[in-house]
Ligand binder design. Sequence first.
Ligand code: WT7
Length: 654
Amino acid sequence: MSDSKTYAPPSEFSSRAHVKSTEEYRALYERAKTNPEAFWGDLAATELTWFRPFLKTLDWDPPSAKWFPGGKINACYNCVDRHLRTERRTKPAIIWEGEPGDSRVLTYEDLYKLINRFATILMRLKSKTGERAVIYMPMIPELAIAVLTCARMGITHSVVFGGFSSEALKTRIQDLGASLVITADGGWRRGKEVRLKDAVDKALEECPSVRTVMVYKRTGSDVNMMTGRDYWWHEHEENLDSTPALKAIAESGEVQHLDPEHPLFVLYTSGTTGKPKGILHTTAGYLLQTAITMKWVFDLREDDIFWCTADIGWVTGHSYIVYGPLTAGATVVMYEGAPDYPAYDRFWQIVEKYRVTIFYTSPTAIRALVRQGDKWPNAHDLSSLRLLGSVGEPINPAAWDWYYRVIGKERCPIVDTWWQTETGAIMIAPMPGAMPLKPGSATLPLPGTIVDIVDTNGNVLGNNQEGFLVIREPWPSMARNVWGDPKRFQEQYWSRFPNSYFTGDAARRDDDGYYWILGRIDDVMNVSGHRLSTMEIESSLVHHPAVAEAAVVAKPHEITGQAVCAFVTLKQGDWNVEALGQELRQWVGREIGPFARPEEIRFTDALPKTRSGKIMRRLLRELVTSHGVTGDITTLEDMSVIQRLASQHQSDED
Ligand code: WT7
């Protein structure tokens, strides 16, 4: 990757930007570094609306952080209510486009009313502060309404991406002990219905904690409703309209005054073991950092139309469709379907239709669209765009170049944003009016993000050396815990290097101080910007009755960045390997979700192991990334295994 070519911010962009020059950036960065408490304290007081002011900025007892103790706040109030006192009352908060082409616009005032109505409905069904709700919905406005209603009531929400299987849904509901599930009959994806309620029914066979299931009617198909447990959202809306006492409650706009550390949400993410981790985020700090990055990184202005193409089921959607933009009073676009349906110009058609000014997507989406050629974007007027963003994985120079030329017409800076589910908000990214870009680099750490690159022993490395990326100082939107497993939180993130947060990523810094993220160093894969755990897929495979052992590695993939490759040994039996390969792929799809399906299954008679019996994934990784195995294999128990696998690999390629 070349570091040489740089792109200075267009002067027109800089002159109007929140942060206009490298000097301004440096001043902010230095202030945050020398006096973080004053820096974050001032921002929290000005950017957020408090019911009761906080007493101090931070109590830090690593890894336990309490930001803004003594205050009282509500995330939903900050996202919605406070804007009603301004001209934003009638401003569109959410512009929604459904896959079949239906659309809706909700102003901040509309959002306020719908949330209060839904809160009244949930209250009536006895949901309350301190409980957990799992939300399993398509990308429709009611998903955002459900999220914000939970936040308003102090119910900790956990959105499970609609692409997850009922099995994955079940384990999340159980881990949280959720009492409430909010779902829909189904959603649309590439012209087909994704039947969500069916998956909920299956999951709930083994979830005794769930008392209430609220179902939104989206597709209108037949679903099963269990009396006393399942309720139609629209029936409760109708009931509210015909019950004056309930209407009065909805109109009163009741809102919980919560502790700044009140658990706002849990999002499950793949880690290095088979079991996903429930990453816990709390209220005030999370809100502050997602909102301030809207200004710093996306340079948000009052008239922007901001579109983040992620699903709300991932952290990107939480932070940059719901909490960040709405706290900042923005107009967001929300889209239900896929980028390539009904045709490859769906994104560009939506950009044109709504005059999108800021567009934020993943390198995977860009690479998939590059492939289809320039005619798709060229058929649309993209002149409204002024800023482009990228997230989820490193963006390769060819994709960057296409994004810059064909989509941004060489006018729009590209913000390559590095962050994680655990960081809550963007950590390393350009301030687009302030610093030159280098394609492939997330550029410089934002103010308040203090990072180092270290070697295995924790020694700080200098420029141009590859090592582990660590974060040295606490930040407001940092994850507070792994739900129900503080030990795992401590061990996973805070033990490897004392008092530092371990990101799991390798990185390098160049002589200009720019950061180049090299990817995960643990057993976590990045497929289409989605995090997958090798262990999770392996344990799914070995559940299958035919499978004896499985080893999963990532192999490079032109579009999705990485793809899942599974090496499998079979139990004794007469297997039709052709059919079994297909079956195993579907099996993983059912157990985890279609996006986790292995691209390739390789059957083998043995896996390479050390003498102590550990599978040597490193060798398998080398096998699928290069053409031979290098390095030390002296600990290998049976040398012939790897030779057989290597020759098999060779003949597959020929
Ligand atoms: C991992 C976090 C939070 C965004 C969505 C993914 C990789 C993320 C970049 C980037 C290079 C990136 C890292 C990170 N990653 N953004 N701009 N450049 N790599 O969230 O599922 O928690 O995954 O995604 O490897 O650790 P996530």
